[in-house]
Design a protein around this ligand. Structure first.
Ligand code: PLP
Length: 396
């Protein structure tokens, strides 16, 4: 039998990035629309707090679940802004990015062979972390003609005796779909009916457009005591390289297990980053709003460009910073088979534009392409002006 770690991929996006960097090293211009890394600088109070922490010598081990002022700041934020009902800051665990939270939650929750339902397409790391936790990912297809709705009916049809949890991600990577409150309520009702956990990945909670309000699944009455909420500072405060996130649960057994797992994995998040995160959470929050406005402007630019382009049918994202597009059957690169790498490779070769092949996001992603608009506005503008003509020029 294949070792579980051998089932984990090294990542398609990494392959695209390596090719772009190679081209760049040869002196060619590249446009970095392949991966979701915010172009913004971190908030000034966060940077200043980190500089001060370094000067003050706050570089020693910290409590493995996070420094108390940070857990207090998170507790205040999740109970006021997200509406989570949490007894105290002891139910907050600071992690090394949401990724670390996603890695340990499935280990804490699953017995071997337990099933977790997740959307397809989905950021691959979710299925991989479910497998690493001994579980079996059970994909539920999101359909273009339903606006990539995460359908409660389809979720219920996928529930078996082995189902342990439903995974939800809103706003969603890679489609940019935002799950409505009524759909979240229906999913919470299903979890209650079948006694399942809910894992709610809210990494993009602040990247949301057109006046939509992010709803935290764990704030809904039916979900309250069965949800593990996972958050990230990577997108909210552009702190991606500083690697910090957090998770919240009211389930005491899970909490105990998670505490053991952070102790035996990261053994406490980087101390300096934690002081920066505390300042970011306690500081003015207008940063997140202006960032979302800028992202929305980029989304509009890129979406219009893709609408004008042949061979792609883009979906207008309600949140997150991606445009997901279906590649049409007349795409010259197909030559009888749906090979979405052909469009990604063509765009790199023809114009230095990065993207991600849809198949990197699960079986139903085949025949799609994802463009990230988290790189600079200038790069998004340039890619938008090039895409229609570059795609038109693809040889039949
Ligand atoms: C859906 C989703 N969850 C979690 C993460 C991980 O974020 P972090 O940088 O906090 O590990 C990402 C990053 O791209 C993501 O797309």
């Amino acid at each position: 039998m294949t070792h579980v770690v051998d089932q984990v991929s090294l990542g398609a996006i990494v392959q695209v990035r390596d090719r772009l960097l190679e081209i760049q090293a040869k002196g060619h211009k590249v446009l970095r629309l392949e991966s979701g890394d915010p172009s913004f600088d971190i908030p000034v109070p966060a940077r200043e707090a980190m500089e001060k922490a370094l000067r003050d010598g706050l570089t020693h081990y910290t409590a493995s679940t996070g420094i108390p002022p940070l857990r207090e700041a998170i507790y205040r934020k999740v109970t006021t802004e997200n509406g989570l009902k949490v007894p105290d800051s002891d139910h907050v665990i600071v992690t090394n990015g949401a990724m670390n939270g996603l890695n340990i939650i499935f280990r804490a929750m699953l017995d071997p062979g337990d099933e977790v339902i997740l959307p397809d397409p989905m950021w691959t790391e979710i299925a991989e972390n479910i497998r690493l936790g001994g579980g079996v990912p059970v994909p539920v297809r999101l359909r273009e003609n339903e606006g990539y709705l995460y359908s409660p009916e389809d979720i219920e049809a996928a529930i078996t005796k082995k189902t342990r949890a439903i995974f939800i991600n809103t706003p969603h990577n890679p489609t940019g779909m935002v799950v409505s409150k009524s759909t979240l309520e229906a999913i919470a009702a299903l979890a209650e009916k079948h006694n399942l956990f809910l894992v709610s990945d809210e990494a993009y909670e602040h990247v949301i457009f057109d006046g939509r309000k992010h709803v935290s699944l764990g704030s809904l009455p039916a979900a309250q005591n069965r949800t593990v909420s996972i958050f990230s500072l990577s997108k909210t405060y552009a702190m991606s390289g500083l690697r910090i996130g957090y998770m919240v649960t009211t389930d005491e057994l899970l909490l105990e297990r998670l505490k053991k797992l952070v102790r035996c994995t990261i053994n406490g998040e980087n101390s300096v980053t934690q002081y920066g995160a505390t300042a970011a959470l306690n500081g003015p929050q207008d940063f997140t709003k202006s960032m979302a406005q800028e992202y929305q402007m980029r989304r509009d630019m890129l979406f219009s460009a893709l609408e004008e382009s042949p061979y792609v049918k883009p979906f207008k994202a309600g949140g997150a910073f991606y445009i997901w597009a279906r590649i049409t059957p007349d795409w010259p690169g197909y030559q009888g088979k749906t090979d979405d790498w052909s469009m990604t490779n063509y765009l790199i070769d023809a114009s230095g534009i990065g993207s991600s092949p849809g198949s990197a996001f699960g079986a139903s992603g085949d025949g799609h392409i994802r463009f990230a608009f988290s790189c600079s506005t200038e790069q998004v503008r340039e890619a938008s002006s090039l895409l229609p003509s570059v795609l038109k020029a693809a040889k039949k």
